[in-house]
Design a binder for this molecule. Structure first.
Ligand code: COA
Length: 388
């Protein structure tokens, strides 16, 4: 009998050269480049091309890619009409999954997805990736206005991806530091080896489903609080704690009842998530720029991380990427229930890089199981069945 490992912990599900992490040393690289260097020097557009193509682009290649992305931002009014018919109270991730899946109906043409080597039509794969990545931000920002009863703010071609995303939320030119932080957040969330949502994308991709459905499968998987949904929970948790002085009694109470501390812990990292370290630095930079006056949420987060380190470090549980991203998004005027959608916008780059890699050497995922049910037995007519 095969050994069953719950959560497939430690079981390689694919072979990939897109990203790598060392959970004991807290190192994350995309195509070999350390995440710290990318967050500091790259842009989301450049990092996306790096993930898709496997190498840093030349200036001309990047300019062409940016132009293509900017030209692909507009979403057809039919998709906005679909959004308008969705309940405003629904979760933005449910809207996003619906809208991305519906895009596939407007951009059909997956006839080159025929299996084997024929899947390597790189033009098709690249164009579909651009169509999706460019529109993810528009869909997410459009929803903010549609659900509040207003017309969406159309995208602008003169702004980069991060600036335009913030602009489509607020309708105002974004603050340069906040736009730079958003750009870094997008880079940090763009890819992370074979996590649950990327695995979902691979499984869907391996059936040769259209890339819109591949991304829709991944969006649905990212939505849960044990994955991308944690950043929203972090802010709700910090609001519940209220002030830094409440942190320790609150933490004692939570740990006593074995509750999860959102934004803490990671299956792969046994030290602090390197992305959390970068985001924490950015938060401090923002605090300095604002003269230290950032309100209790920031102070509470710093105090909670310190207290958690004392209590949870022995279990290898430290802050993960979601711990600080939500507070930064809040500062950018993004409502908490849209935090996971921003994560999805960024991660679409990684999902599509994995989709491309999967198609290059595809075999449908069809794992096995360890059956633990009844052995073969005969059907019992309903008249002969008795309540137990
Ligand atoms: N708060 C409190 N304790 C935690 C914890 C957290 N966030 N994360 C893990 N632990 C504890 C577990 O209770 C367990 O303790 P025990 O050995 O005494 O039972 C131990 O650490 C190991 O945790 P486990 O749940 O087995 O780890 P996992 O690899 O299965 O789960 C996560 C990883 C991410 C699902 C888990 O850490 C978690 O739920 N974190 C909060 C949600 C979150 O922030 N998700 C975003 C991830 S990027």
């Amino acid at each position: 009998m095969s050994e069953y490992l719950p959560g497939l912990e430690g079981v390689p599900a694919t072979q990939s050269n897109i990203s790598d992490l060392d959970g004991n040393l807290g190192i994350l690289t995309y195509r070999g480049y350390p995440i710290e260097e990318l967050a500091l020097n790259s842009t989301f557009e450049e990092t996306t091309l790096l993930l898709l193509d496997g190498r840093l682009p030349t200036a001309d290649e990047l300019a062409a890619f940016e132009k293509h992305l900017r030209a692909s931002r507009v979403v057809k009014y039919n998709v906005r009409d679909i959004m308008k018919s969705l309940p405003a109270t629904g979760h933005p991730m449910e809207m996003l999954q619906t809208a991305v899946a519906s895009l596939g109906m407007f951009y059909p043409g997956d006839e080159c997805l025929t299996g084997g080597m024929q899947c390597q039509d790189l033009n098709y794969v690249h164009n579909m990736s651009v169509k999706i990545i460019a529109r993810m931000a528009t869909i997410v920002a459009n929803w903010e206005h549609v659900r509040n009863g207003y017309d969406p703010i159309p995208p602008r071609k003169d702004l980069n991806y991060a600036e335009n995303l913030l602009y489509m939320f607020s309708g105002e030119d974004p603050d340069p530091l906040l736009a730079r932080i958003m750009d870094a957040c997008l880079i940090l969330h763009a890819e992370h080896t074979i996590n649950a949502s990327t695995f979902a994308a691979l499984v869907a991709g391996s059936t040769l489903a259209s890339p819109f459905l591949v991304v829709a499968a991944a969006v649905g998987t990212l939505a849960g609080p044990l994955h991308g949904g944690a950043n929203q929970r972090v802010v709700e948790m910090l609001k519940e704690i209220g002030r830094p002085e409440n942190v320790r009694p609150w933490l004692e109470e939570q740990l006593a009842k074995k509750a999860k501390i959102w934004g803490m812990g990671h299956r792969e990292y046994k030290v602090k998530d390197p992305r959390a370290t970068i985001l924490q630095k950015m938060m401090r930079e923002l605090m300095e720029q604002r003269g230290g006056n950032m309100g209790p949420l920031f102070e509470t987060a710093l105090a909670l991380e310190e207290a958690c380190e004392e209590k949870l470090a022995p279990k290898g549980v430290y802050a993960n990427v979601d711990f600080y991203s939500g507070i930064l998004y809040l500062e950018m005027g993004i409502p908490p229930d849209q935090f996971t959608s921003i994560f999805a916008v960024a991660r679409s780059a990684g999902w599509l890089a994995h989709w491309r890699e999967q198609l290059g050497d595809n075999r449908i995922f069809r794992p096995t199981q360890v059956y633990s049910g009844e052995s073969k037995r005969s059907y019992v007519p309903i008249s002969e069945r008795h309540a137990k």
